[in-house]
Design a protein around this ligand. Sequence first.
Ligand code: TYD
Length: 213
Amino acid sequence: MFITFEGPDGSGKSTQAVLLADYLRAQGRPVYLTHEPGGTEIGDQVRQVLHDLKNQGMHAATEVLLYAASRAQLVAQEIRPRLAAGEIVICDRYADSTLAYQGYGRGLDLKALHHLLDFATGGLTPDLTLYLDISAEAGLQRRQHAAEDGAEWNRMDAQSLEFHRRVREGYVALIAGDPVRWVTVEAANERDAIHKQICAAVLYRLAELEKPG
Ligand code: TYD
């Protein structure tokens, strides 16, 4: 089973991805938790270029190709082999981030992005995508507080509020286009309540996938 987490910056999805991985491991299931951009040695180098605040002059096409490059490496090197070995793979961000950020956020052509994503991933689509919903304002505020406490503040965080609003609207449109794959969780709720909701959604989808026939 391939599970992805999506959401605007500051939605708390990375925390929830770790909690879910721990929960499934405690049930004795083999779990591989990874994230984007990065997750491989090559991908981590690409991530540095993408996040460097010095790279303000990066063209939108360059940006999308770098995210796709990091993803292509992660899919080929880690995700596909582990899915083939029967592991549950959890990825903190995946192709939908490209559609939301580079498509809706930057305004790149969505059709072209779909072709690029297909090329980079060989068409690998998640079985379940957990979306942690938060307004652009609240998400950015959370990121700013975290940065004051020493967390990374990267080139994407530093985009305008308008950009982050378009990203969130993009997610809403993506979910409307494929409501079965996505499960939306209100990110403003308590951490434990969100975790329980996520576990329930995952167990439900697992049962569906494990049904004979
Ligand atoms: P990261 O520090 O991993 O943040 P987060 O905890 O929000 O995932 O930063 C990843 C940033 O890159 C985030 O702002 C979203 C952005 N991004 C894209 O713009 N396109 C993509 O395809 C991906 C995977 C991420």
